[in-house]
Unconditional design. Structure first.
Length: 319
């Protein structure tokens, strides 16, 4: 892409306009990578603002957009005001949740470049690799006694009927551990699923503070088929020494060492998984935590942080 000075960002949701995505870290610090990116680009003499900041669309050299389907009116208005603008799309949802993120939709002529985590789509011509952006955090220690197991997710349904969507696996976990004091459930809307769940603990302010209280967590992505589809969920758990029981990206071991997590696919049934968690000694848990800490100090982890995200964006707007 040609030399640029002004970049506009079109977020999926209106509350993030007015540069709010760059001024507040947001829920679970999820805006922090964008704050880092804006600061990094500013040091390079490149201005990054939400699209509403620009009164004259011709001032914009590049638009970065996520969830384009939610902002088509703005996109068409922008193209009318600046037909020569370059548009980079940042994929932020799995296909089972947002079918409009499917590969074929991007060949409309609207976009100049697509950043995706889906390894099987990357061709380094039109589709380029990026890792889902997560806030950079330091590892937190907790040497006190921990509870056994928790899950932090909101209750959701498979709206599009995708065979790869694994929301139902979350409800299977909840049903198996219903009323079991070894398991605590957090997140929105679980009363809508089953108001009688006794180990439901409600909504939370900080995932980090909750994970610090547990040895293990259930960490399921939205889908089980997206190569490279590793979102923030597993990092939140790893950074507290809470060992994740993971299900999602099929090639997770290409990114995170096997000893850093427990692979849900390795167990024939929930009884076997539960037994494994109960029997694991403190020595083995601490051995795993030492491996986790070593990994989180590596460049392999940095690729998923604000720093890695910023580096990827900078490279893609410079090429």
């Amino acid at each position: 892409m040609e030399k640029i000075k002004n970049i506009a960002f079109l977020p999926a949701y209106k509350p993030k306009l007015n540069n709010k995505i760059f001024s507040s870290k947001g829920d679970n610090d999820l805006n922090e990578p964008f704050i880092f990116l804006k600061d990094h680009l500013n040091k390079l003499g490149i201005k990054l603002n939400t699209i509403d900041y620009y009164k004259n669309y011709k001032e914009i050299h590049l638009l970065i957009v996520s969830r384009y389907e939610m902002n088509l009116k703005i996109l068409f208005r922008l193209l009318k005001g600046n037909p020569k603008i370059k548009i980079l799309h940042l994929s932020t949802e799995e296909l089972s949740v947002a079918p409009t993120q499917r590969k074929e939709f991007f060949f409309s002529g609207l976009f100049d470049r697509i950043l995706t985590w889906r390894d099987n789509e990357v061709d380094n011509v039109f589709f380029f690799k990026y890792n889902y952006m997560t806030p950079y955090r330091d590892y937190k220690e907790n040497n006190k006694s921990r509870n056994l197991l928790c899950m932090i997710n909101q209750f959701q349904i498979n709206r599009f009927g995708s065979k790869y969507n694994i929301y139902q696996e979350r409800t299977y976990i909840v049903d198996f551990f219903k009323d079991n004091p070894d398991f605590h459930l957090y997140g929105y809307n679980w009363n809508n699923y089953d108001p009688s769940i006794k180990n439901y603990k409600g909504i939370i302010d900080s995932k980090i503070e909750v994970y610090l209280k547990y040895d293990f967590s259930i960490v399921f992505e939205n889908s089980n088929n997206e190569l490279g589809g590793i979102q923030e969920k597993i990092w939140d758990s790893l950074l507290t020494g809470c060992i994740p029981v993971y299900y999602g990206a099929p090639n997770i071991e290409e990114y995170i060492p096997k000893k850093c997590f427990i692979d849900y696919r390795d167990f024939k049934n929930m009884d076997d998984l539960y037994s494994c968690l109960k029997k694991m000694t403190l020595k083995e848990k601490n051995q795993r935590r030492n491996i986790i800490k070593a990994f989180l100090n590596s460049n392999s982890y940095k690729k998923f942080t604000s720093e890695g995200f910023s580096t990827t964006i900078k490279r893609n707007i410079s090429e």
